[in-house]
Design a protein around this ligand. Structure first.
Ligand code: URA
Length: 197
């Protein structure tokens, strides 16, 4: 059993979750600049992510990429990671134990990136990082503060990109939350608007 090892921002070995170790093809670490203003946090890798070793590269990733482009951002401008780095079987939600096992890695990544804002994609990361029930559709676009790994961080609640595929009414909600996120980076305008918070 490997308890877990991190090299910089990457988990290089971990066997804390026996079911996930059996199911995964690889550990899927975060991608993107290590000085990014925006850090997007999803739930866990799906099939495409497990195959390609990168978060949000399947259909949800296409929606995220399109949404970023619509607000003047490129995927390469932002950091993207997940609460849990190994694919759960049958795309089920990660369990509380699995979320807990991976929490230290996420906390370290957030601490080291120290983004202007952490954008949670969907209910699982919002509730995991805020430590409370979150009505994601109602709270999407809200920016709240949370203590993560001992540091205060801004967290912007956003619906999961996949929600827009199943429910077209979520598209505007998703787009508005990304517009709000873009206000926290100078990648879009060449001028930081973080001071507006
Ligand atoms: N959904 C997630 O939450 N994360 C991914 O990486 C892909 C889909």
């Amino acid at each position: 059993m490997t308890d877990g090892a991190m090299d910089g921002f990457d988990v290089t070995a971990c066997e804390r979750c026996p079911t996930l170790v059996e199911c995964r093809s690889r550990i899927v670490n975060g991608v993107g600049p290590t000085d990014a203003d925006l850090l997007f946090v999803g739930e866990a890798p799906g099939e495409s992510e497990d195959e390609q070793g990168e978060p949000f590269v399947g259909r949800s990733g296409d929606v995220l990429d399109d949404g970023l482009r619509d607000v003047g951002l490129d995927r390469g401008d932002v950091r993207i990671t997940n609460c849990v780095r190994c694919r759960p079987p049958d795309n089920r939600d990660p369990t509380d134990e699995e979320l807990g096992n991976c929490r230290g890695y996420l906390g370290t990544e957030i601490d080291r990136i120290d983004p202007a804002v952490v954008v949670t994609l969907g209910k699982v990361p919002a509730e995991h990082l805020l430590g409370r029930d979150v009505a994601v559709t109602g709270e999407a676009g809200d920016v709240v503060e949370a203590e993560i790994g001992g540091e205060r961080q801004r967290v912007l609640v956003c619906v999961h990109p996949a929600a827009t595929l199943y429910d077209s009414s979520q598209r505007d909600t998703f787009a508005s939350a990304l517009e709000r996120a873009a206000e926290f980076t100078d990648e879009t305008s060449g001028q930081s608007r973080i001071g507006d918070f």
